[in-house]
Design a protein around this ligand. Structure first.
Ligand code: CS2
Length: 485
């Protein structure tokens, strides 16, 4: 353990005693600032059988950074007050799936592994975002159906479940920690379908035996920058190749269904519940819905970070209206103060010490919009209400994915559907009446609402305004009640 100032919290346990009990797929900054911190607490409480083997499914960068540090890294918790630093020790090993695929399969097959958790982002589930069904023509799925060296999370998990079953080893619990609605059901649906495509009997076995509790995860964790690395090195007096930076707030709500055992998560502040759905809906529609709206409007206005965007009164007012419009679509939550959660959101977005880039959140919109904005519209329409604020968020996404900003400069649009989005934008041209219906016809994103005039009309009106007067003035008009959607 390097010599760091005494104020820096360190693992309060002997790391040599840790035994892995969890394999985490997708070991990015979010996992390291959220679930791994809870596990660090459990290890400190003496539950040494729950160390984490973290796997990257694509790039070796996390492996390269953390392996020379023995898996240790710093968590910097940033707010308006002084930054708090803590060294996390729960990651005992990092693997890179494409480089050592057999090693990963071997670790996953180990009976000591009782939980396989995932943060692979929305697109990592290889599903149709609107329906939640496995995308059977996805190139990774097609590859994995014919290979015993799978590359997708879905293919890897099913391969190992088959091996464990053949060896008479109980399955692990699969714990999705991604921002998807009913993430447990979603991962189970794609796993069972993939397994059935391999072999009908395996498909049934997965359906009958695999536990996939749903979870709601919440903590704002911007991508680490070189400036963060330098600042943390100065504070610690040692270099950390890949620290993570987060806000103080965190929440983790987990459905309590772990037939293969679990650490005592509740003892570290995790809420163990029977039904996560009301929490998920609240978080996806309030926080993530606001985030995506802030990202597209903010980026178009030229704001680099969420904190810059929320300082714009028009955008802040639009986010408040979005939260208000999403509220009637939420389900009742007993014992949780939704009003306090709502009130804290603007403050969290305004955190001056988190430099959360609008561009980062804008990524993968085609995968995020369905649960963040489209689902809110669907429920509002079902209740006889107008589409409301989400229509502006959707229109801002459309303006963004044209790939040209308000000054005529190129936007680096990152999205698995980027090619199709660009083709549609090129064909329609910068004409709201053509572009809005053309993008709305993407059924993967908008489902059955594609041609619904109750969505087409307000989205077209919002997009026309974005073209005519720009994002800043459109947000101002919307929050002032001068643009009805
Ligand atoms: C963000 C989320 O990048 C994004 O899409 O909306 O990562 C968000 O910061 C987290 O879900 C907060 O819990």
């Amino acid at each position: 353990m390097p010599d760091v100032p005494a104020v820096v919290a360190r693992p309060a346990y002997d790391r040599a005693t840790i035994r892995p009990g969890i394999v985490h797929l997708g070991i990015g900054a979010f996992h390291r600032a959220h679930q791994a911190v809870v596990i660090d607490d459990r290890l400190a409480a003496g539950e040494v059988g729950w160390g984490i083997v973290g796997a990257s499914l694509r790039a070796p960068d996390t492996y390269d950074a953390l392996t020379p540090q023995g898996g240790l890294y710093t968590l910097a918790v940033r707010s308006a007050g002084p930054t708090r630093h803590r060294i996390i020790g729960s990651v005992s090993e990092v693997l890179v799936a494409p480089e050592t695929p057999l090693k990963l399969l071997e670790r996953l097959a180990d009976p000591a592994i009782r939980i396989v958790s995932l943060t692979v982002t929305e697109k990592g589930y290889c599903h149709d975002p609107a329906t939640g069904a496995l995308a059977e023509d996805h190139p990774d799925i097609r590859h994995d159906l014919t290979s015993n060296l799978p590359r997708s999370a879905v293919g890897i998990i099913v391969e190992v479940l088959a091996r464990r079953r053949a060896a008479g080893v109980a399955p692990f619990t699969v714990l999705s920690c991604d921002n998807l609605p009913a993430n447990g059901e979603t991962v189970k649906r794609v796993l069972a379908r993939f397994a059935a495509l391999r072999n009908a009997d395996l498909g049934r076995w997965v359906g009958d035996n695999l536990a996939c509790p749903s979870t709601m995860v919440d903590r704002i964790v911007p991508a680490t920058t070189d400036a963060d690395r330098e600042e943390i090195a100065r504070a610690l007096g040692v270099e950390d190749a890949w620290p993570v930076v987060a806000e103080p707030f965190w929440q983790w709500v987990v459905e309590d269904h772990f037939p293969s055992g679990r650490p005592d998560l509740a003892a570290s502040g995790v809420e163990m519940v029977g039904d996560v759905a009301p929490y998920e809906l609240m978080k996806l529609r309030l926080l993530n819905g606001s985030h995506s709206t802030l990202a597209y409007l903010g980026y178009l206005c030229g704001y680099e970070t969420v904190a810059d965007a929320i300082a714009d009164t028009g955008i802040a007012g639009t986010v408040r209206r979005l939260v208000g419009d999403a509220t009637p679509t939420l389900r009742a939550l007993t014992g949780f103060d939704v009003e306090a959660y709502k009130a804290s959101l603007i403050q969290r977005f305004a955190n001056p010490a988190l430099r959360h880039r609008t561009w980062q959140i804008a990524m993968d919109g085609s995968q995020k919009l369905p649960q963040r904005l489209v689902a809110t519209v669907r429920e509002r329409l079902g209740k006889g209400m107008a589409a409301g604020a989400p229509a502006l968020g959707i229109a801002a996404w459309m303006r963004y994915v044209t790939g040209i900003d308000e000054k005529g400069a190129a936007i680096d649009v990152r999205d698995p559907m980027a090619g199709r989005l660009a083709d549609i934008a090129r064909e329609a041209g910068p004409v709201a009446e053509r572009l809005a219906p053309a993008l709305l016809s993407l059924s993967e994103v908008f489902g059955e609402l594609a041609a619904d005039p109750r969505l087409v009309r307000p989205v077209t009106a919002a997009l026309a305004s974005l073209y005519a007067v720009g994002a800043k003035e459109t947000a101002r008009r919307f929050q002032a009640g001068e643009l009805a959607l």
